[in-house]
Design a protein around this ligand. Structure first.
Ligand SMILES: Nc1ncnc2c1ncn2[C@@H]1O[C@H](COP(=O)(O)OP(=O)(O)OP(=O)(O)O)[C@@H](O)[C@H]1O
Ligand SMILES: O=C(O)[C@H]1CSC(c2nc3ccc(O)cc3s2)=N1
Ligand SMILES: [Mg+2]
Length: 548
């Protein structure tokens, strides 16, 4: 990577993408088909609960057959929007690839949503076809039936359909379509720069989820992620896929795994014993995690009951991970590499990623290929240099097309030159390795100081009596806001508010101390992509204050 010497000397550039990255692929579907055809056979995905497998040839044949079936649905445009509302399961990649083979856009949606949230998400992407898991079918079908003006077909995974004739079993639909030779299936070319491949719901951490439109070009650009890491594959790669495929981090790593012909063990959700036994039984060597799973690996007693020596690399992202937690995990389970990455739904996959030779503790790594970055002073808008904290901006081949149905939000996020403002504060050091401080919106303003809650949370997590923690600002007339901690104690320990305050005070400068106090709670609200829902903590605080 180099820093340009011209007037934009503070613009950082990742490595150039391989020149031929989109060569010979007139569409994402053609690109994925070409790589699948080259794979031949082998195990692609293993269901970590039931051990049944999806092989690469099956994926190819079933995806082509389903694509043919989608083309036969004459009442929907073949390249419309396909919704998938499901946990990680073997049908998911078949639907994903079949949709790409007909140039449809895929809208994966969180199956744990409430009916209100489903209604919001479905009205963002307006899928004409829905694939639904039995685990959420009751709620989803109720909402889908209220939106029949755009939802024309509902296919249900599994073998039982108690919902009536307007719902068709996925397996029946697949069997109705005659199998065809994948080599004779023609994927149509399209404009990869403009054609939407994925409509991802952002995590809804700072407000209602947004419909993030990722183009076919964005997805092709992100597929290089694991092939970069491939150089460092020191052991046979068995990936554990517990990150939800309805989230950008999970969905794009699934596509990465398939494009690189790796083997993935999928889990429908995180459950402590299942997660650990899956790693041990399938000898998983590459595990994608989010910080709450790292805290679990660092602190939960159950971890001692399993042999996790097979783990070569933990790839962590989606939320702040402290170097202390990282060191605790490395020390406790002896994992060789913890590679952090930083991304947003708006940036397809990671913008910043560590590799085996750039992995400073606490850093999120260096710029991804095909990507540019700048750090901007929040007050003055000035470009900043090394070790100066400011708002991160990115530009490049993974930057989203825009928010669906929200032109206003789009132009506020991506400027006329294509720079995406992240709302995140960070900096890069002299080696151009990046460090994330926290979200601009979440910084606690204490007497003119900008206090990052993530930093205090990191300190709290180093206390062995603390299982989890979340920090917010307590409104105060004189100081503006006072840092206040919500603390979950480890089972069976005694810990007072004063002890917690002292513990933090001994490890932080005065502004970062818990001037607002400590509240002991049973859990810290987080979303499935591992982010602390600090707006819910503020609501909990307001409820406490209203009782006083
Ligand atoms: N490695 C990381 N370290 C710290 N924060 C991270 C990291 N990776 C991602 N993030 C955070 O996650 C955010 C992207 O998350 P995502 O796109 O899933 O939705 P969200 O921003 O949490 O929710 P919403 O945009 O709907 O409010 C980033 O803006 C950043 O704040
Ligand atoms: O926080 C998010 O919404 C998601 C969008 S994609 C993303 C990340 N991608 C990677 C890829 C590799 C890795 O090691 C970490 C991350 S975080 N974070
Ligand atoms: Mg966001």
């Amino acid at each position: 990577m180099n820093r340009r010497t011209n007037d934009s000397k503070l613009i950082l550039f990742g490595e150039p993408e391989p020149a031929n990255i989109t060569e010979g692929c007139g569409s994402l579907g053609m690109y994925l088909m070409k790589r699948l055809l080259r794979h031949g056979d082998g195990v692609a995905v293993i269901d970590g609960v039931y051990s049944n497998e999806l092989r690469y040839l099956e994926l190819l044949e079933n995806a082509v057959r389903l694509a043919e079936g989608l083309r036969s649905l004459t009442d929907v445009t073949p390249n419309g929007v396909v919704g998938i509302i499901s946990e990680n399961r073997l049908e998911f990649p078949v639907v994903l690839y079949a949709s790409f083979f007909v140039n449809a856009a895929v809208a994966p949606i969180n199956l744990t949503y409430t009916e209100r949230e489903f209604d919001h998400a479905l009205n963002l992407s307006k899928p004409s076809i829905l694939f639904v898991s039995p685990y959420s079918a009751e709620r989803v079908i109720a909402v889908a039936r209220k939106n029949r003006h755009f939802i024309k077909h509902i296919f249900l995974f599994g073998n039982e359909n108690s919902f009536g004739a307007d719902v068709v079993l996925f397996n029946d639909f697949l069997l109705q379509t005659s199998a065809i030779n994948p080599y004779s299936f023609q994927v149509a070319p399209t404009n990869v720069e403009e054609h939407v491949a994925l409509i991802m719901c952002s995590s809804g951490t700072t407000g209602l989820p947004k419909g993030v439109q990722l183009t076919q070009r964005n997805v092709i650009a992100s597929v290089s992620l694991l092939s970069v890491l491939e150089a460092s594959f020191e052991v046979p790669v068995v990936v554990l896929g517990v990150i939800p495929w309805f989230h950008a981090f999970g969905c794009l790593t699934l596509i990465n795994v398939i494009c690189n012909k790796l083997k993935l063990v999928s889990l429908p959700k995180f459950e402590e014993g299942l997660f650990l036994s899956c790693i041990e039984n399938y000898r998983c060597s590459f595990v994608f995690v989010v910080p709450p799973l790292m805290v679990f690996l660092a602190k939960h007693p159950l971890v001692d009951n399993y042999d996790l020596s097979c783990i070569n690399t933990l790839l962590c992202g989606a939320a702040p991970l402290s170097k202390e937690t990282e060191m605790l995990v490395k020390k406790r389970i002896g994992v060789k590499h913890v590679l952090q990455g930083y991304g947003m739904s708006e940036t397809t996959l990671a913008m910043l990623i560590q590799s085996n030779d750039s992995n400073k503790s606490g850093s999120v790594g260096k710029l991804q290929a095909g990507t540019m970055a700048k750090v901007v002073d929040v007050e003055t808008g000035r470009l900043l240099g090394p070790n100066e904290a400011g708002e991160l901006y990115f530009k490049g081949t993974q930057i989203m097309k825009g928010y669906i149905g929200n032109e206003q939000e789009t132009i506020q996020t991506i400027d006329k030159d294509g720079w995406l403002r992240t709302g995140d504060i960070g900096y890069y050091d002299n080696d151009e390795e990046f460090f994330i401080i926290d979200r601009l919106k979440e910084l606690i303003k204490y007497k003119g100081y900008q206090v990052p809650p993530a930093e205090i949370e990191a300190v709290l997590l180093t206390n062995s009596k603390i299982k989890d923690a979340g920090v917010v600002g307590f409104p105060d007339e004189a100081a503006g806001e006072l840092p206040l901690a919500f603390v979950v104690k480890q089972p069976g320990v005694t810990l007072t508010e004063e002890e917690v305050k002292q513990y933090v005070a001994a490890r932080t400068s005065p502004a970062k101390r818990l001037h607002g106090g400590v509240l002991f709670v049973s859990e810290i609200p987080k979303n499935v992509s591992g982010k602390i829902l600090r707006r819910e903590l503020r609501a909990m605080l307001n409820r406490q204050l209203s009782k006083l």
